[in-house]
Write a protein that binds this ligand. Structure first.
Ligand SMILES: Nc1nc2c(c(=O)[nH]1)N[C@H]1C(S)=C(S)[C@@H](COP(=O)(O)OP(=O)(O)OC[C@H]3O[C@@H](n4cnc5c(N)ncnc54)[C@H](O)[C@@H]3O)O[C@H]1N2
Ligand code: MOO
Length: 477
């Protein structure tokens, strides 16, 4: 291992990754995505989107009740008032007109009949609920014209179905004349305020309002607003595309037979799954060779196939005789060095230019992680996540909490050590296994990574330190 003076701090390495990722990710394309596509939450808008229609699209009722004109209602001392009832408007109805001196039943979401300036909820009537009013079925001979369909005119005693047009042209035939009425009671001045229970057109969103701006994160509510405005698609920045390469002659794809000395590839799954939680799309590939030129040939073919923004490799970067990643990529724009953290000391970072026939591809960021699975996992959490999170809202930042140790711990000076811990109480933690970077099973049982700073060499039981949460679980049992 390199000497302390040659080790970069965690913060220095995060900045290196931020620089190389920034150079590669700035070239992300814009794609138009169907709004019905799954997994859009967390994606970034690529362009400004404005409202083509107002929301609400028309004045409509906030309550099941009666549309009236304020000046037609003069309550007595008990707040009683009676108006002739001339019909009912359901949600989905088209235009209706309220004759002067009358009330019209309106359901929640129904357009406010022209002339009405207030809705009184059905609870403020002697009936108390529409359950007690028999709404008529549409008679067999009901007019079929679309804008007649949902205007139901009825009365308490003798329900009738009339069209607005019929009322306008033949008022003598209307239920107004038939003596049907609605009796309000308990009305107070507050019930008679102009506009009460009317949801005005454009009161939520006006035509031209900005719904999305470049870089804005899609949330369920923002997707809902786009749909409410009638959009079927949305312009998005393409996600950061990662190509995960696992290396090593001894590493085999799960499902294959193992010969002595071989092991299954844990890193591809671990790294790809982690990058997905960072907002990336990840392809995985194995380059099972220790020959640097064959490695480069494979890498170029994979880049031409997937056009990634970032290549994340695992393994082949330390001091051994067959460090294929270091040998292939060192001197091609990728640097290798040590970071003062454990696990995850050896690291590689840089930008490579891979030429594809007929295409001018932007540089691809390379993040070369050490091969031990826990080293990969810790490096992703402590180095890669902060770099990606600093570049925009797609990658959630680390979740840090204060925890209290329930045991004594020691750590080497000059290294930031991350120990796997699990909660034993609200804030108390115990270690799961030791500090070695092959202990993947222990990592899988841990809830957090306890951070032991460079100068912290001896931590008595009861010491309070920060930890990075790995799971949702905070308290034990
Ligand atoms: N002389 C030195 N040796 C080592 C040093 C050092 O400074 N000097 N550093 C050690 C540290 S710390 C780490 S971490 C590793 C990093 O080594 P590499 O990045 O070269 O990784 P590999 O040697 O290829 O593999 C390490 C280890 O991980 C296993 N591995 C690799 N790929 C996978 C995979 N896809 N799935 C599961 N396990 C994998 C591999 O079999 C090795 O056991 O170097 C130390 N040595
Ligand atoms: O730095 Mo290595 O990643 O400890 O095992």
């Amino acid at each position: 291992m390199s000497s302390d003076s040659q080790r970069a701090s965690v913060e220095t390495h995060i900045q290196r990754l931020t620089d190389v990722l920034g150079a590669a990710i700035s070239s992300r394309a814009v794609e138009t995505v169907q709004l019905a596509t799954s997994g859009l939450v967390g994606r970034l808008a690529a362009e400004t989107v404005t409202a083509p229609i107002p929301l609400p699209g028309f004045d409509n009722s906030q309550m099941d009740g009666f549309a009236v004109r304020i000046h037609d209602i003069t309550p007595d001392d008990a707040g009683r008032a009676t108006l002739p009832l001339v019909g009912a408007v359901a949600a989905g109805s088209d235009h209706a007109e309220l004759p002067p001196g009358a009330a019209m039943a309106v359901m929640t979401g129904a357009p406010i009949p022209e002339g009405a300036d207030l809705v009184i909820p059905v609870e403020k009537t002697t009936a108390g609920s529409f359950d007690h009013m028999e709404l008529p079925e549409e008679p067999e001979a009901a007019p079929e014209a679309p804008h007649h369909r949902k205007h139901r005119f009825f009365g308490y005693k003798a329900p009738l179905l009339l069209s607005t047009e019929l009322y306008q042209t033949e008022p003598a035939e209307s239920p107004l004349e038939a003596g049907t009425s609605v009796e309000f009671l308990g009305l107070t001045p507050a019930d008679l305020e102009p506009g009460r229970f009317i949801r005005r057109a454009g009161s939520d969103i006006a035509v031209g309002d900005t719904l999305l701006e470049p870089g804005m994160v899609l949330t369920p509510a923002r997707l809902g607003v786009l749909a409410a405005c009638g959009f079927t698609e949305v312009p998005l920045l393409s996600r950061t595309k990662a190509l995960v390469l696992s290396t090593g002659d001894e590493v085999r794809t799960p499902g294959s037979d193992l010969r002595p000395g071989q092991l299954y590839d844990a890193n591809s799954s671990l790294i790809a799954a982690t990058l997905e939680t960072f907002g990336c799309v990840a392809e995985t590939a194995r380059v099972g060779t220790d020959d640097p030129s064959w490695f480069m040939e494979n890498l170029e073919a994979l880049v031409a196939l997937h056009h990634p923004h970032v290549i994340v490799t695992a393994g082949g970067i330390s001091k051994g005789a067959y460090e294929v990643v270091r040998q292939a990529l060192g001197g091609r724009g990728v640097e290798f060095g040590s970071v003062a953290q454990q696990p995850g000391g050896p690291q590689g970072w840089g930008l490579i230019h891979v030429e594809s026939p007929g295409r001018e591809d932007p540089p691809v960021a390379v993040i070369a992680l050490p091969g031990n699975p826990v080293s990969c996992a810790v490096s992703l959490e402590t180095l890669v996540r902060p770099a990606l999170a600093s570049m925009g809202p797609v990658c959630p930042p680390q979740r840090r909490v204060s925890v209290k140790l329930t045991e004594q711990l020691s750590s080497p000076a000059g290294l930031r050590q991350f120990r796997r811990v699990r909660f034993t109480g609200e804030d108390e933690v115990e270690t799961v296994g030791g500090p070695s970077s092959h202990l993947l099973g222990h990592l899988a049982q841990a809830d957090a990574l306890l951070e032991i700073l460079e100068e912290d060499t001896d931590l008595p039981s009861g010491t309070v330190r920060e930890a990075i949460l790995l799971t949702e679980r905070r308290a034990h049992g």
